[in-house]
Design a protein around this ligand. Structure first.
Ligand code: ADP
Ligand code: MG
Length: 611
């Protein structure tokens, strides 16, 4: 007798699994509800969250509302008023269209919906818990819709436990809120978190919206971008080169108002800024590409931000030209005449599929590969993940053997630090190109990379300091003001305990402004603001690059920012101290990013050069 072993999953389980695809965190709920309100034609949308959305997410709107039947139906999977046939998928212009969001949310939270159409006298209240309707009653209310999502993942503890700290989840929520708010500047939005109003945005134009979201100083910082062609239209603003920041985060690109991440098009913008900003700065932009939906292949998964353009090279060229025009690059304007009344190149002509393509002469980095990780950064900014993992060479204690100029010392075990200085004091150091330290050792020549060596030293020091909470601080002469975007600001708040352990003295003035009263005593910088911006930037890079431990990511970021740069002259004593400290480290031979701190050219190597 054989037994059938396949069983159908109960609906509730199937729904919970499906929900996981759409709803990964409170921010996913926020995105879906805000988009629904916009699709419903709302003019005012209010978002209220408690505990970063873990306890409550409430979205109220004055949109079209729902009938009594729809108020119940909207929670069914594939219930949507926005698409009727598969073809519609390719012409879709509304925000949501798969009819999955509410079904997913209802499967994993306690949901209360109150909604009324303006033509109805009373509204409807529906309560759903884990996909079961627990209440449906008439209710008095203003026209519109109010969704309250309580106790997200209450019935999926594994997912609930997977959620990050409130600060981290709040950052995701703010990011989604910003993306939606940017593309719907005519709609008024508010965001309230644990009783505090974070944003109060009035309906207006895009510039006013950017100013509302990022601060009034942006009024002066923005450059208008507008480029039309028959293929597409690009609209929005970029940030003037002189206001480019070291921190990423103000890069907002949309296609048909949907937020996308597109490294290739990011490069088109970045290269338009070439030479106008330092290579470690990232230009800010807020740009929307309007294009016929048939020209793009959007990954229709609601949580994805990828999009494929059929004519991506042309989109690149137009994007590059549009931004170049906005920032007034002289050399480019001679190549492409943008004057509409002139017989300049019409991008529409150039870019329409069937005709032979006359490509506008614009420098495109053909070798650029958007799928490659970050392009190489200048010295001191490298993250170098994935190259090499840290391989501790047993150098501590044994390293003196390298010098071989004292038999006695190489044989007598002594505390490393002490013996180090003894040996090296006999040793001569020469600095090469103000970047490398050269020293003779028994077996040949040792070359030490001063920046990487110092990074290693500081990294171990900083990590210890964070872990033991032993701050060493120097007072700023005058307190400095640091203004950050919302996302970076909440990141900074999140890192406050660690930064304090390191010796930073930072006060939070308001949601986005900080006062810097002190920095770690062994960090030499003439610009503490820039230092903090760079550290934040590199910290984020580290996390993206796969460093999972926050303390490690932070210690690494600060170490590489604070370490002696290349092209810095060092005197004999400084070189000696550096070498001493390097070999007193737990790991001496590699920097935290996996690169070698020193290399040895053997006598044999040297001999063969004279053959
Ligand atoms: P989708 O947005 O993909 O259609 P959802 O599950 O997000 O799917 O929503 C299902 C349906 O519920 C929508 O198509 C819409 O008809 C209705 N709906 C959702 N939110 C609102 C709202 N705030 N106001 C009016 N109708 C709404
Ligand atoms: Mg939707």
């Amino acid at each position: 007798m054989s037994l059938d072993i396949i069983k159908l999953l109960p609906d509730t389980v199937a729904n919970q699994i499906a929900a996981g695809e759409v709803i990964q965190r409170p921010a996913s709920v926020v995105k879906e509800l805000l988009e629904n309100s916009i699709d419903a034609g709302a003019q005012h949308v209010d978002l209220v969250v408690k505990d970063a959305g873990k306890t409550l997410i409430m979205v109220s709107d004055d949109g079209c509302g729902m009938s009594e039947t729809d108020a119940r139906l909207c929670f069914e999977r594939h219930a949507t008023s926005k698409i009727r046939k598969a073809d519609d998928l390719f012409a879709i212009r509304t925000m949501g269209f798969r009819g999955e969001a509410l079904a997913s949310i209802a499967a994993i939270a306690q949901v209360e919906l109150r909604t009324r159409r303006s033509e109805d006298e009373v509204g409807t209240k529906v309560c759903i818990e884990g996909f079961n309707v627990t209440e449906q009653t008439p209710t008095a209310m203003a026209a519109g819709t109010v969704f309250s999502i309580k106790n997200l993942f209450f019935n999926v503890p594994a997912r609930r436990n997977f959620l990050k700290s409130n600060n981290a989840e709040m950052r995701h929520i703010i990011e989604e809120f910003i993306r939606v708010a940017l593309m719907h500047s005519d709609i008024a939005f508010t965001l309230n978190s644990d009783g505090k109003e974070i944003y109060h945005l009035y309906g207006g134009n895009l510039k006013q919206r950017i100013v509302g979201l990022f601060g009034k100083e942006y009024d002066e910082r923005l450059l208008y971008v507008h480029q039309e062609s028959t293929l597409l239209t690009i609209d929005g603003f970029t940030v003037k080169p002189e206001f480019s920041k070291k921190t990423r985060g103000e890069q907002y690109m949309f296609v048909n108002t949907r937020f996308i991440k597109h490294p290739y098009l990011h490069h088109a913008i970045e290269s338009a800024y070439q030479k106008m900003i330092t290579s470690d700065s990232v230009p800010g932009y807020f740009l929307n590409i309007t294009i016929d939906p048939s020209e793009i292949d959007i990954n229709i998964h609601p949580t994805k931000t990828e999009v494929n353009f059929q004519n991506v090279k042309n989109v690149y060229a137009i994007m590059h030209a549009a931004v170049s025009k906005a920032i007034g690059m002289q050399n480019l304007s001679t190549v492409i005449d943008f004057d509409e009344t002139n017989t300049g190149i019409d991008f529409g002509e150039v870019c329409r599929g069937d005709k032979p393509v006359v490509f506008p002469k614009i420098d495109i980095d053909e070798s650029f590969n958007p799928f490659e990780q970050d392009k190489p950064k200048p010295f001191g900014q490298r993250s170098g993940f994935g190259h090499q993992t840290e391989m501790p060479l047993k150098t501590q204690g044994d390293w003196r053997v390298l010098y071989g100029n004292s038999k006695e010392e190489t044989q007598t075990p002594e505390p490393a630090q002490q013996s180090v200085s003894k040996v090296t004091s006999k040793t001569m150091f020469i600095q090469l190109q103000q970047s490398y330290i050269v020293s003779t050792i028994k077996s040949g020549l040792m070359l030490i990379d001063q920046h990487l060596a110092h990074t290693r030293i500081l990294y171990e020091k900083f990590l210890k300091r964070i872990e033991n909470h032993t701050p060493a601080s120097q007072q700023e002469l005058f307190p400095l003001h640091l203004t950050l975007g919302q996302v970076d600001a909440s990141l900074l708040r999140e890192l406050e305990p660690q930064l304090e352990s390191l010796g930073f003295k930072i006060e939070n003035m308001n949601p986005t402004t900080f006062i810097i009263n002190g920095i770690p005593s062994d960090v030499k910088t003439s610009d503490s603001i820039e230092l903090i911006e760079c550290v934040l930037e590199e910290y984020k890079d580290n996390l993206h690059g796969g460093v999972t431990e926050r303390n490690v990511a932070l210690a690494r970021a600060l170490a590489s920012q604070a370490a002696i740069r290349y092209n810095t002259p060092l005197d004999e004593l400084e070189m000696q101290n550096l070498v001493d400290e390097l070999f007193a480290c737990n790991v001496s031979d590699v920097a935290p990013n996996g690169k070698k701190t020193f290399t040895i050219i053997s006598l044999d190597d040297i001999k063969t050069r004279f053959n």
